[in-house]
Design a protein around this ligand. Structure first.
Ligand code: NDP
Ligand code: GDR
Length: 363
């Protein structure tokens, strides 16, 4: 049997890395789109890399960008994928307020470009399409929990761009019969989560503060509530969505929401530092309950021009039709992230120590 071929945009990101690993383990040939960068940007897939000079490489990377239509057409033509997973995006909500037009271009129009590529190349009967849709579509949520039937109300340029991407995916499914599906995924994290998303910002800070390398952690809105799961579970859901006979849209979520404050407490608890909160609003601080030392300060620079207060998903449809459910709960997720960040800090310290001893020997 010939191997299935997948094309992943955004392969260098958190989800791209987990998905590439999953698909390779299932025997797929995986093509990924990576951006040209002046610095190394394939760290998350380094362990999957194969020398392209070896016979039959199963992971192949192509330079590309979601803003470049001809480039995307060429990549789809060259790779002739059975499945396209469109994960590439300017994915930071706060950054999208500063780069609104670019975010619309990459996240919104980029999705259209890929759908058009499938149609233009006559691959509409062959190539299945997955769109990385998001709980940010619900924004100022009209109901709690949110399901596939909850109305959308995006609250950021990112959410608005993803709204276009969601509907253009539905439209190409209905207009041209494409096997095109949306996964409406709630927040999912991991030890390789981008360092500026709140979960990883917190776990990295906990590791650095515990190791004496950082003084305190500055955060924005502590009361925002999110439904956090583990990225490994969610890429399994993406794959299941693509294996269905009929294309459709699915919520993937844990069904539980917690505040940023709760996440922070749990993460510090992992290193034996109990956080006690004091004050309110911009003046709120979190102290080490044993010593009184300030561990967390609120910094209004991290407040968003329009906030999404509470997101919690109802994954019943995915459970029933895909047999999907999350396997990692929030406490285990936080424990894993803190553990990995502590290991990274101690590796850094060891490297720094060995560099300085080499330096002394040379001096
Ligand atoms: P990341 O930010 O970790 O990864 C985004 C990927 O997109 C990176 O590979 C990045 O490349 C690439 N990218 C960004 N802009 C472009 C562009 N113009 N052209 C080509 N590639 C580009 O995101 P995640 O892995 O966390 O998320 C994957 C997708 O799922 C995104 O679309 C995100 O919006 C969506 N999503 C994520 C959720 C989550 O909780 N993680 C929840 C719901 C949806 P580079 O490495 O060079 O920056
Ligand atoms: P989100 O994730 O906006 O939900 O988007 P993020 O982790 O950035 O924010 C979650 C909540 O935490 C609050 N917050 C802070 N956020 C950041 N980044 N930094 C802080 O210092 C901070 N303090 C408080 C935020 O205000 C927010 O309420 C993520 C991305 O992965 C999107 O691409 C994806 O679509 C959604 O999740 C689902």
């Amino acid at each position: 049997m010939t191997a299935k071929v997948a094309l992943i945009t955004g392969i260098t990101g958190q989800d791209g890395a987990y998905l590439a690993e999953l698909l390779l383990s299932k025997g797929y040939i995986v093509h990924g789109v990576k951006r040209r960068s002046s610095s190394f940007n394939t760290g998350r897939i380094e362990h999957l890399y194969q020398d392209p000079h070896e016979p039959d490489p199963r992971l192949l990377l192509h330079f590309g960008d979601m803003t470049d239509a001809t480039n995307l057409i060429r990549i789809v033509q060259e790779t002739q994928p059975d499945e396209i997973y469109n994960l590439a995006a300017q994915s930071h909500v706060q950054v999208s307020f500063e780069t609104a037009e670019y975010t619309a271009n990459a996240d919104g129009l980029g999705t259209l470009r890929l759908l058009e590529a499938i149609c233009l190349l006559g691959l509409d009967k062959r190539t299945r399409f997955y769109q990385a849709s998001t709980s940010e579509l619900y924004g100022k949520a009209r109901e709690v929990p949110q399901s596939e039937t909850t109305p959308f109300y995006p609250r950021s340029p990112y959410g608005a761009a993803k709204l276009y991407a969601y509907w253009i995916t539905v439209n190409y499914r209905e207009a041209y019969g494409l096997h095109a599906s949306n996964g409406i995924l709630f927040n999912h994290e991991s030890p390789i989560r981008g360092e500026t998303f709140v979960s990883r910002k917190i776990t990295r800070a906990v590791a650095a503060i515990h190791s004496g390398l950082q003084d305190k952690l500055f955060l924005g809105n502590l009361d925002a509530r999110r439904d956090w799961g583990h990225a490994r579970d969610y890429v399994e859901g993406m794959w299941r969505i693509m294996q269905q006979d009929e294309p459709d849209d699915y919520v993937l979520a844990t069904g539980e929401a917690h505040t940023v404050r709760h996440f922070t407490e749990r993460a510090f608890a992992e290193v034996g530092m109990p956080v006690v909160w004091e004050g309110t609003g911009e003046a709120e601080v979190g102290r080490d309950g044993r010593t009184g030392r300030v561990l967390v300060e609120v910094d209004p620079r991290y407040f968003r021009p329009a906030e999404v207060d509470v997101l919690v998903g109802d994954p019943s449809k995915a459970r029933t039709l895909l047999g999907w459910h999350h396997t990692v709960g929030l406490d285990d997720l936080i424990a894993e992230m803190v553990r990995e960040d502590l290991a990274a800090v101690s590796l850094q310290a060891r490297n720094a120590a060995s560099e300085s001893s080499v330096g002394r020997q040379r001096a």
